[in-house]
Design a protein around this ligand. Sequence first.
Ligand SMILES: *Cc1c(COP(=O)(O)O)cnc(C)c1O
Length: 359
Amino acid sequence: MGKGWRDYGWQIRNRIKTLSELKRFLKLTPEEEEGIRLTKGLYPMAITPYYLSLIDPDDPQDPIRLQAVPRKVEVDEKIQSHGEPDALKEEGSIYGLTHRYPDRVLIRLTTFCAVYCRHCMRKRIFANGEKTLTYKQIDEIVDYIRKHEEVRDILISGGEPLSVGLEKLEYLLKKLREIKHVEIIRFGTRLPVLAPQRFFDDKLLDLLERYSPIWINTHFNHPKEVTELAEEAVDRLLKRGIPVNNQTVLLKGVNDDPQTMLELFRKLLKIKVKPQYLFHCDPIKGAIHFRTSLDKGFEIMRFLRGKISGMGIPTYAVDLPGGKGKVPLLPNYVKERRGNTFTFEAFDGTEVEYTIEEF
Ligand SMILES: *Cc1c(COP(=O)(O)O)cnc(C)c1O
Protein backbone atom coordinates (compact mmCIF):
# COMPACT_ATOMS: atom_id res chain seq x y z
CA MET A 1 0.00 0.00 0.00
CA GLY A 2 1.62 3.19 -1.23
CA LYS A 3 1.45 6.49 0.52
CA GLY A 4 -1.78 8.25 -0.18
CA TRP A 5 -3.71 4.99 0.20
CA ARG A 6 -5.79 6.48 3.04
CA ASP A 7 -6.28 9.75 1.17
CA TYR A 8 -9.49 10.19 -0.82
CA GLY A 9 -8.01 12.80 -3.16
CA TRP A 10 -5.19 10.40 -4.01
CA GLN A 11 -7.68 7.62 -4.74
CA ILE A 12 -9.62 9.88 -7.11
CA ARG A 13 -6.55 11.33 -8.84
CA ASN A 14 -5.16 7.85 -9.42
CA ARG A 15 -8.29 6.26 -10.85
CA ILE A 16 -7.63 3.78 -13.63
CA LYS A 17 -9.33 5.07 -16.77
CA THR A 18 -7.51 3.55 -19.74
CA LEU A 19 -6.83 0.14 -21.19
CA SER A 20 -3.06 0.52 -20.94
CA GLU A 21 -3.24 1.48 -17.26
CA LEU A 22 -5.52 -1.42 -16.38
CA LYS A 23 -3.31 -3.88 -18.25
CA ARG A 24 -0.55 -3.16 -15.76
CA PHE A 25 -2.68 -4.66 -13.00
CA LEU A 26 -4.86 -7.32 -14.61
CA LYS A 27 -4.41 -9.86 -17.37
CA LEU A 28 -7.44 -8.83 -19.39
CA THR A 29 -9.63 -11.20 -21.39
CA PRO A 30 -10.35 -10.33 -25.05
CA GLU A 31 -13.95 -9.62 -23.97
CA GLU A 32 -12.66 -7.01 -21.51
CA GLU A 33 -10.06 -5.48 -23.84
CA GLU A 34 -12.66 -5.03 -26.54
CA GLY A 35 -15.14 -3.87 -23.96
CA ILE A 36 -12.89 -1.05 -22.76
CA ARG A 37 -12.29 0.06 -26.37
CA LEU A 38 -15.91 -0.14 -27.50
CA THR A 39 -17.53 1.48 -24.46
CA LYS A 40 -15.20 4.49 -24.56
CA GLY A 41 -17.19 7.72 -24.66
CA LEU A 42 -20.47 5.87 -24.09
CA TYR A 43 -19.94 3.99 -20.84
CA PRO A 44 -16.44 5.03 -19.77
CA MET A 45 -14.34 3.26 -17.16
CA ALA A 46 -12.99 4.60 -13.89
CA ILE A 47 -11.76 2.43 -11.02
CA THR A 48 -10.18 3.64 -7.78
CA PRO A 49 -6.91 1.90 -6.81
CA TYR A 50 -8.67 0.79 -3.61
CA TYR A 51 -11.56 -0.92 -5.43
CA LEU A 52 -9.12 -2.42 -7.94
CA SER A 53 -7.14 -3.92 -5.05
CA LEU A 54 -10.17 -6.02 -4.09
CA ILE A 55 -10.08 -7.84 -7.44
CA ASP A 56 -8.50 -11.30 -7.61
CA PRO A 57 -6.29 -10.86 -10.72
CA ASP A 58 -6.46 -14.57 -11.52
CA ASP A 59 -10.25 -14.77 -11.64
CA PRO A 60 -11.98 -13.31 -14.72
CA GLN A 61 -15.32 -13.89 -12.95
CA ASP A 62 -14.31 -11.99 -9.82
CA PRO A 63 -17.44 -10.20 -8.51
CA ILE A 64 -15.64 -6.86 -8.09
CA ARG A 65 -14.16 -7.15 -11.55
CA LEU A 66 -17.60 -7.78 -13.09
CA GLN A 67 -18.88 -4.58 -11.46
CA ALA A 68 -15.94 -2.39 -12.49
CA VAL A 69 -14.29 -3.59 -15.72
CA PRO A 70 -16.18 -2.97 -19.00
CA ARG A 71 -17.00 -5.97 -21.14
CA LYS A 72 -17.96 -6.13 -24.80
CA VAL A 73 -21.38 -7.52 -23.87
CA GLU A 74 -22.44 -3.98 -22.78
CA VAL A 75 -22.50 -2.84 -26.40
CA ASP A 76 -23.60 -6.11 -28.05
CA GLU A 77 -26.60 -5.56 -30.27
CA LYS A 78 -28.71 -7.99 -28.27
CA ILE A 79 -28.05 -6.07 -25.04
CA GLN A 80 -28.35 -2.62 -26.64
CA SER A 81 -31.71 -3.51 -28.18
CA HIS A 82 -33.18 -4.29 -24.75
CA GLY A 83 -34.04 -1.97 -21.90
CA GLU A 84 -34.07 1.81 -21.88
CA PRO A 85 -31.53 4.45 -20.88
CA ASP A 86 -34.03 5.88 -18.37
CA ALA A 87 -36.25 2.89 -17.63
CA LEU A 88 -37.58 4.43 -14.40
CA LYS A 89 -38.48 7.77 -16.04
CA GLU A 90 -36.35 9.84 -13.69
CA GLU A 91 -35.78 12.74 -16.06
CA GLY A 92 -38.46 15.37 -15.63
CA SER A 93 -39.06 19.06 -16.16
CA ILE A 94 -36.57 20.28 -13.56
CA TYR A 95 -33.02 19.15 -14.31
CA GLY A 96 -31.64 16.95 -11.53
CA LEU A 97 -34.97 16.45 -9.72
CA THR A 98 -37.42 13.51 -9.62
CA HIS A 99 -40.61 13.84 -7.63
CA ARG A 100 -42.38 10.48 -7.74
CA TYR A 101 -43.78 9.77 -4.28
CA PRO A 102 -45.65 12.69 -2.72
CA ASP A 103 -43.49 12.85 0.41
CA ARG A 104 -40.04 12.29 -1.10
CA VAL A 105 -37.87 13.77 -3.83
CA LEU A 106 -34.69 12.58 -5.48
CA ILE A 107 -31.95 15.08 -6.34
CA ARG A 108 -29.19 14.05 -8.74
CA LEU A 109 -26.47 16.42 -7.63
CA THR A 110 -23.65 15.36 -9.95
CA THR A 111 -22.82 12.89 -12.70
CA PHE A 112 -19.32 12.32 -11.29
CA CYS A 113 -18.58 8.90 -9.78
CA ALA A 114 -15.49 7.43 -8.16
CA VAL A 115 -16.09 4.19 -10.06
CA TYR A 116 -18.40 3.77 -13.05
CA CYS A 117 -20.27 0.63 -12.03
CA ARG A 118 -21.07 -1.50 -15.03
CA HIS A 119 -24.57 -2.28 -13.70
CA CYS A 120 -25.44 1.37 -12.95
CA MET A 121 -29.14 2.21 -13.24
CA ARG A 122 -28.04 5.72 -14.35
CA LYS A 123 -25.61 4.50 -16.99
CA ARG A 124 -27.19 7.03 -19.34
CA ILE A 125 -25.32 9.84 -17.57
CA PHE A 126 -21.81 8.40 -18.08
CA ALA A 127 -21.47 9.84 -21.58
CA ASN A 128 -22.26 13.40 -20.50
CA GLY A 129 -18.99 13.96 -18.72
CA GLU A 130 -18.58 14.82 -15.05
CA LYS A 131 -21.03 17.63 -14.27
CA THR A 132 -22.35 18.98 -11.00
CA LEU A 133 -25.52 21.07 -10.62
CA THR A 134 -24.79 24.78 -10.72
CA TYR A 135 -25.82 27.05 -7.84
CA LYS A 136 -28.62 28.30 -10.10
CA GLN A 137 -29.86 24.75 -10.76
CA ILE A 138 -29.73 24.03 -7.03
CA ASP A 139 -31.81 27.18 -6.38
CA GLU A 140 -34.45 25.97 -8.85
CA ILE A 141 -34.72 22.61 -7.10
CA VAL A 142 -34.86 24.22 -3.66
CA ASP A 143 -37.61 26.59 -4.86
CA TYR A 144 -39.64 23.61 -6.06
CA ILE A 145 -39.26 21.84 -2.71
CA ARG A 146 -40.15 25.01 -0.83
CA LYS A 147 -43.42 25.25 -2.79
CA HIS A 148 -44.30 21.58 -2.22
CA GLU A 149 -45.14 21.30 1.45
CA GLU A 150 -45.86 17.57 1.19
CA VAL A 151 -42.13 16.85 0.70
CA ARG A 152 -40.53 15.69 3.97
CA ASP A 153 -37.67 13.52 2.79
CA ILE A 154 -34.86 14.55 0.44
CA LEU A 155 -32.76 11.87 -1.20
CA ILE A 156 -29.55 13.33 -2.60
CA SER A 157 -27.93 11.03 -5.09
CA GLY A 158 -25.88 11.29 -8.25
CA GLY A 159 -23.53 10.16 -9.52
CA GLU A 160 -21.68 10.45 -6.30
CA PRO A 161 -23.11 13.32 -4.22
CA LEU A 162 -20.42 13.21 -1.53
CA SER A 163 -17.74 13.86 -4.13
CA VAL A 164 -19.05 17.41 -4.47
CA GLY A 165 -17.03 20.21 -2.88
CA LEU A 166 -17.94 21.01 0.72
CA GLU A 167 -18.92 24.59 -0.13
CA LYS A 168 -21.58 23.52 -2.62
CA LEU A 169 -22.73 20.67 -0.40
CA GLU A 170 -23.18 23.06 2.49
CA TYR A 171 -25.03 25.54 0.26
CA LEU A 172 -27.57 22.83 -0.62
CA LEU A 173 -27.91 21.47 2.92
CA LYS A 174 -28.32 24.93 4.43
CA LYS A 175 -31.05 25.86 1.93
CA LEU A 176 -32.88 22.58 2.51
CA ARG A 177 -32.72 22.95 6.30
CA GLU A 178 -34.28 26.42 6.02
CA ILE A 179 -37.44 24.76 4.67
CA LYS A 180 -39.72 23.91 7.57
CA HIS A 181 -41.43 20.88 6.04
CA VAL A 182 -38.14 19.11 5.18
CA GLU A 183 -37.63 16.51 7.93
CA ILE A 184 -34.92 14.14 6.83
CA ILE A 185 -32.10 14.26 4.30
CA ARG A 186 -30.55 11.13 2.86
CA PHE A 187 -27.45 10.65 0.74
CA GLY A 188 -27.34 7.81 -1.75
CA THR A 189 -23.58 7.23 -1.84
CA ARG A 190 -21.41 4.29 -2.83
CA LEU A 191 -18.24 5.86 -1.45
CA PRO A 192 -18.13 3.55 1.62
CA VAL A 193 -17.63 0.76 -0.96
CA LEU A 194 -15.60 2.46 -3.70
CA ALA A 195 -13.45 4.96 -1.77
CA PRO A 196 -14.13 4.69 1.97
CA GLN A 197 -11.28 7.15 2.52
CA ARG A 198 -13.84 9.93 1.82
CA PHE A 199 -15.08 9.48 5.38
CA PHE A 200 -11.67 9.92 6.97
CA ASP A 201 -12.17 13.67 6.37
CA ASP A 202 -13.38 15.31 9.58
CA LYS A 203 -14.56 18.39 7.69
CA LEU A 204 -17.05 16.29 5.73
CA LEU A 205 -18.22 14.51 8.88
CA ASP A 206 -18.58 17.85 10.72
CA LEU A 207 -20.74 19.12 7.88
CA LEU A 208 -23.00 16.07 7.83
CA GLU A 209 -23.36 16.15 11.60
CA ARG A 210 -24.26 19.85 11.54
CA TYR A 211 -27.27 19.24 9.28
CA SER A 212 -28.66 16.26 11.21
CA PRO A 213 -30.88 14.26 10.81
CA ILE A 214 -28.94 12.85 7.89
CA TRP A 215 -29.03 9.22 6.81
CA ILE A 216 -26.74 7.36 4.43
CA ASN A 217 -28.00 4.82 1.89
CA THR A 218 -25.05 2.89 0.53
CA HIS A 219 -24.57 0.06 -1.95
CA PHE A 220 -22.61 -3.04 -0.89
CA ASN A 221 -23.21 -5.91 -3.31
CA HIS A 222 -20.72 -8.56 -2.26
CA PRO A 223 -19.09 -9.76 0.99
CA LYS A 224 -15.63 -8.99 -0.49
CA GLU A 225 -16.56 -5.29 -0.34
CA VAL A 226 -16.95 -5.36 3.43
CA THR A 227 -13.31 -4.56 4.21
CA GLU A 228 -11.57 -3.05 7.22
CA LEU A 229 -11.47 0.34 5.51
CA ALA A 230 -15.19 0.15 4.69
CA GLU A 231 -15.85 -0.73 8.33
CA GLU A 232 -13.79 2.24 9.46
CA ALA A 233 -15.75 4.57 7.15
CA VAL A 234 -19.07 3.27 8.49
CA ASP A 235 -17.84 3.51 12.04
CA ARG A 236 -16.91 7.17 11.62
CA LEU A 237 -20.38 7.91 10.24
CA LEU A 238 -22.11 6.06 13.07
CA LYS A 239 -20.03 7.92 15.68
CA ARG A 240 -21.41 11.16 14.24
CA GLY A 241 -24.97 9.87 14.60
CA ILE A 242 -25.44 9.12 10.91
CA PRO A 243 -27.18 5.75 10.35
CA VAL A 244 -25.99 3.70 7.38
CA ASN A 245 -28.45 1.52 5.47
CA ASN A 246 -27.63 -0.65 2.49
CA GLN A 247 -29.28 -1.20 -0.86
CA THR A 248 -28.03 -4.27 -2.72
CA VAL A 249 -28.85 -4.95 -6.36
CA LEU A 250 -29.31 -8.56 -7.43
CA LEU A 251 -26.72 -9.07 -10.20
CA LYS A 252 -26.12 -12.14 -12.33
CA GLY A 253 -22.63 -13.55 -11.75
CA VAL A 254 -21.93 -11.13 -8.90
CA ASN A 255 -24.27 -12.04 -6.07
CA ASP A 256 -27.10 -14.19 -7.47
CA ASP A 257 -26.38 -16.92 -5.00
CA PRO A 258 -28.13 -17.49 -1.64
CA GLN A 259 -24.95 -18.32 0.30
CA THR A 260 -23.16 -15.18 -1.01
CA MET A 261 -26.11 -12.99 -0.03
CA LEU A 262 -26.30 -14.57 3.43
CA GLU A 263 -22.60 -13.90 3.94
CA LEU A 264 -23.00 -10.29 2.71
CA PHE A 265 -25.88 -9.52 5.05
CA ARG A 266 -24.15 -11.17 8.03
CA LYS A 267 -21.04 -9.10 7.40
CA LEU A 268 -23.11 -5.93 7.08
CA LEU A 269 -24.82 -6.55 10.43
CA LYS A 270 -21.39 -7.05 12.00
CA ILE A 271 -20.36 -3.55 10.91
CA LYS A 272 -23.80 -2.23 11.98
CA VAL A 273 -25.14 -1.55 8.50
CA LYS A 274 -28.79 -2.48 8.05
CA PRO A 275 -29.64 -4.26 4.77
CA GLN A 276 -32.62 -2.14 3.71
CA TYR A 277 -33.40 -3.16 0.12
CA LEU A 278 -32.53 -5.95 -2.24
CA PHE A 279 -33.45 -4.50 -5.64
CA HIS A 280 -34.25 -6.56 -8.63
CA CYS A 281 -32.01 -5.38 -11.47
CA ASP A 282 -33.77 -2.75 -13.66
CA PRO A 283 -34.01 -3.07 -17.47
CA ILE A 284 -31.31 -0.48 -18.16
CA LYS A 285 -29.91 -0.25 -21.65
CA GLY A 286 -26.31 -1.47 -21.62
CA ALA A 287 -26.67 -3.30 -18.29
CA ILE A 288 -29.46 -5.79 -18.86
CA HIS A 289 -27.04 -8.74 -18.97
CA PHE A 290 -26.90 -8.46 -15.16
CA ARG A 291 -30.60 -9.31 -14.90
CA THR A 292 -31.76 -12.54 -13.23
CA SER A 293 -35.25 -14.01 -13.03
CA LEU A 294 -37.57 -12.88 -10.28
CA ASP A 295 -37.54 -16.50 -9.02
CA LYS A 296 -33.84 -16.11 -8.19
CA GLY A 297 -34.73 -13.28 -5.81
CA PHE A 298 -37.50 -15.33 -4.19
CA GLU A 299 -35.09 -18.25 -3.78
CA ILE A 300 -32.62 -16.00 -1.98
CA MET A 301 -35.28 -14.45 0.27
CA ARG A 302 -36.59 -17.90 1.22
CA PHE A 303 -33.07 -19.14 1.95
CA LEU A 304 -32.31 -16.23 4.29
CA ARG A 305 -35.30 -16.83 6.57
CA GLY A 306 -34.14 -18.74 9.66
CA LYS A 307 -30.44 -18.23 8.94
CA ILE A 308 -30.01 -14.60 9.92
CA SER A 309 -31.67 -12.12 12.24
CA GLY A 310 -34.71 -10.40 10.78
CA MET A 311 -32.62 -7.21 10.98
CA GLY A 312 -30.38 -8.68 8.32
CA ILE A 313 -33.16 -9.44 5.85
CA PRO A 314 -33.80 -6.62 3.39
CA THR A 315 -37.03 -5.87 1.58
CA TYR A 316 -36.85 -7.40 -1.87
CA ALA A 317 -38.29 -4.88 -4.35
CA VAL A 318 -38.78 -4.29 -8.02
CA ASP A 319 -39.12 -0.83 -9.54
CA LEU A 320 -42.06 -0.63 -11.94
CA PRO A 321 -41.58 0.70 -15.46
CA GLY A 322 -42.82 4.15 -16.39
CA GLY A 323 -41.91 5.65 -13.04
CA LYS A 324 -44.63 3.81 -11.11
CA GLY A 325 -42.33 3.23 -8.16
CA LYS A 326 -41.05 0.38 -6.01
CA VAL A 327 -43.07 -2.70 -5.11
CA PRO A 328 -42.01 -4.88 -2.14
CA LEU A 329 -41.94 -8.62 -2.87
CA LEU A 330 -42.01 -11.61 -0.56
CA PRO A 331 -42.04 -15.33 -1.27
CA ASN A 332 -45.51 -16.58 -0.47
CA TYR A 333 -45.57 -18.03 3.05
CA VAL A 334 -49.37 -18.42 3.09
CA LYS A 335 -49.94 -21.84 1.53
CA GLU A 336 -53.68 -21.95 1.91
CA ARG A 337 -56.54 -19.98 3.39
CA ARG A 338 -60.04 -21.07 4.43
CA GLY A 339 -61.89 -18.17 6.04
CA ASN A 340 -59.70 -17.11 8.92
CA THR A 341 -57.79 -20.39 9.01
CA PHE A 342 -54.42 -20.12 7.33
CA THR A 343 -51.80 -22.70 6.46
CA PHE A 344 -48.41 -21.01 6.88
CA GLU A 345 -45.00 -22.24 5.86
CA ALA A 346 -42.64 -21.96 8.86
CA PHE A 347 -38.96 -21.03 8.54
CA ASP A 348 -37.97 -24.71 8.60
CA GLY A 349 -40.35 -25.61 5.78
CA THR A 350 -43.03 -27.27 7.92
CA GLU A 351 -46.67 -26.32 7.45
CA VAL A 352 -48.59 -24.85 10.35
CA GLU A 353 -52.34 -24.34 10.47
CA TYR A 354 -53.37 -21.29 12.44
CA THR A 355 -56.75 -19.67 12.92
CA ILE A 356 -56.50 -15.93 13.43
CA GLU A 357 -59.63 -14.01 14.32
CA GLU A 358 -60.14 -10.51 15.51
CA PHE A 359 -60.72 -10.50 19.26
C1 LIG B 1 -36.32 4.91 -4.56
C2 LIG B 1 -36.77 6.27 -4.73
C3 LIG B 1 -37.06 7.06 -3.62
C4 LIG B 1 -36.88 6.58 -2.19
O1 LIG B 1 -37.70 5.49 -1.89
P1 LIG B 1 -37.58 4.79 -0.45
O2 LIG B 1 -38.42 3.56 -0.57
O3 LIG B 1 -38.10 5.76 0.53
O4 LIG B 1 -36.14 4.50 -0.22
C5 LIG B 1 -37.51 8.34 -3.83
N1 LIG B 1 -37.69 8.83 -5.08
C6 LIG B 1 -37.42 8.09 -6.17
C7 LIG B 1 -37.64 8.68 -7.51
C8 LIG B 1 -36.95 6.80 -6.03
O5 LIG B 1 -36.66 6.07 -7.13
